[in-house]
Ligand binder design. Structure first.
Ligand SMILES: Cc1ncc(COP(=O)(O)O)c(C=O)c1O
Length: 400
């Protein structure tokens, strides 16, 4: 064998086990991704699987984007984001969430809540720091913590508590290594919300244990009952809370990739460092569209919420009628019915429903091990599609 060939073979075999960073190689693939690879290869599927609005971004927001493009607004912006957007965000957060932030140094515009979450975790965590969060939850939380060298510590929420976070369970998960709490209400995938009393108890634990609280409030506009104050608004919490929010869900702007974080100046400054060296800034066109959404988007947003509420009522009634009990969602656009009594695992249930009746739902285990026995159905789907999916689901259950 020629010398150069031998060298190449040797280096390929030596490099393969170490080629990918260990903490990335150890991450599981998202269960949702595998499942939807399957769905996309099938025909006549009614999907209750997607976690994004089926509405197109309201026209006035699209028009503002076109207008910005027309004026040649295609440059970078300040790392923190357009001052006009930060002002609009801070006004909105003050009015709707009751927390005053300075657009100068307490607000940063990010590429969705996704980037805001990554950046705050990177800014906060030293290797081995623990972050307590609750499951079932958004699929990115545990991997996001691991990717920033933290240790995810899950607290299960239970159907018997309406999937709200039990402060006593949270208290048991806190150790001297806990650096932060990560909470998301209204919740993906359960639709649960938190009462003011629960939030107060969680705030008390954060203060007592000197923790930073990251609150992902991306679904807060899509709340169907009374909205309790943000954790950031409770006494003693503003200085230790990072409030994450964005435009993807309430304004149907998922593809714009735009969100923000508000918090105390030292945390926003630390986030800014990570953001400036990685993302630099969010898209200027998306930022201008977001200003329009905040200035003039309330009516369209409320129309979408009314539609989601109507769909929620239908899907909850239909699921209960066919014997799949579910906690009525208080927010977001998901319902999390119990399928345990069918004798199928969540995964088997979802796979068979897809194969036999061409209805896509997500197995509850995609959102954490305690999601076993449940499935997630999204009602960000037209009402007639929901009715068809419910008919097929009823027939599926009848055939079991
Ligand atoms: C709870 C939660 N947080 C964050 C995100 C991501 O939001 P964005 O589109 O702003 O990155 C999602 C998307 O499904 C979500 O459900």
């Amino acid at each position: 064998m020629f010398f150069w060939m031998k060298k190449k073979t040797m280096s390929a075999s030596r490099s393969s086990p170490d080629r990918i960073a260990r903490h990335i190689a150890a991450l599981p693939r998202s269960g949702i991704r595998d499942f939807f690879d399957l769905v996309s290869a099938m025909e006549d599927v009614v999907s209750l699987g997607i976690g994004e609005p089926d509405f197109v971004t309201p026209w006035h927001i699209r028009e503002a984007t076109i207008y910005a493009l027309d004026r040649g607004h295609t440059s970078y912006t300040s790392n923190l984001g357009l001052l006009s957007l930060r002002r609009a965000v801070c006004e909105y957060v003050a009015g709707d969430f009751g927390v005053q932030y300075s657009p100068e140094n307490e607000c940063i515009i990010t590429v969705g809540v996704s980037e805001a979450l990554d950046v705050i975790l990177r800014a906060l965590l030293n290797p081995g720091d623990e972050v307590v969060y609750h499951e079932p939850c958004y699929v990115s939380y545990a991997p996001g913590i691991r990717m920033t060298h933290g240790v995810p510590v899950a607290v299960s929420t239970r159907e018997s508590d309406g999937f709200a976070l039990d402060p006593a369970a949270l208290a048991r998960a806190i150790t001297p290594r806990t650096k932060a709490l990560l909470v998301n209400f209204p919740n993906n995938p359960t639709g649960a919300n938190l009462s003011q009393e629960a939030k107060q108890a969680i705030a008390g634990l954060a203060i007592e244990n000197d923790l930073v609280v990251i609150t992902d409030e991306i679904y807060s506009e899509l709340t169907y009952g009374a909205r309790s104050p943000s954790l950031a608004a409770l006494p003693g919490m503003k200085d230790r809370t990072v409030f994450l929010h964005g435009f993807s869900k309430a304004y149907a702007m998922t593809g714009y990739r735009i969100g923000y974080a508000c918090g105390p100046p030292d945390l926003i400054e630390a986030m800014m460092k990570v953001h400036q060296y990685t993302m630099l800034c969010a898209s200027r066109l998306a930022q201008e569209a977001a200003v329009e959404a905040l200035r003039n988007g309330r009516r369209e947003m409320e129309k979408m919420r009314t539609e989601y509420r109507q769909r929620r009522n239908v899907i909850v009634r239909r699921l209960n009628e066919m014997g799949l009990p579910c906690v009525p969602p208080e927010g977001a656009f998901y319902v999390f019915p119990r399928v345990r009594e069918t004798g199928l695992s969540s995964h088997e249930f979802a796979m068979r429903l897809l194969a036999e009746k061409q209805v896509a739902v997500v197995p509850g285990t995609a959102f954490g091990a305690c999601g076993e026995g449940y499935i997630r159905c999204s009602y960000a789907t037209a009402l007639d599609e929901i009715e068809v999916a419910m008919d097929r689901l009823r027939d599926f259950l009848a055939g079991l």
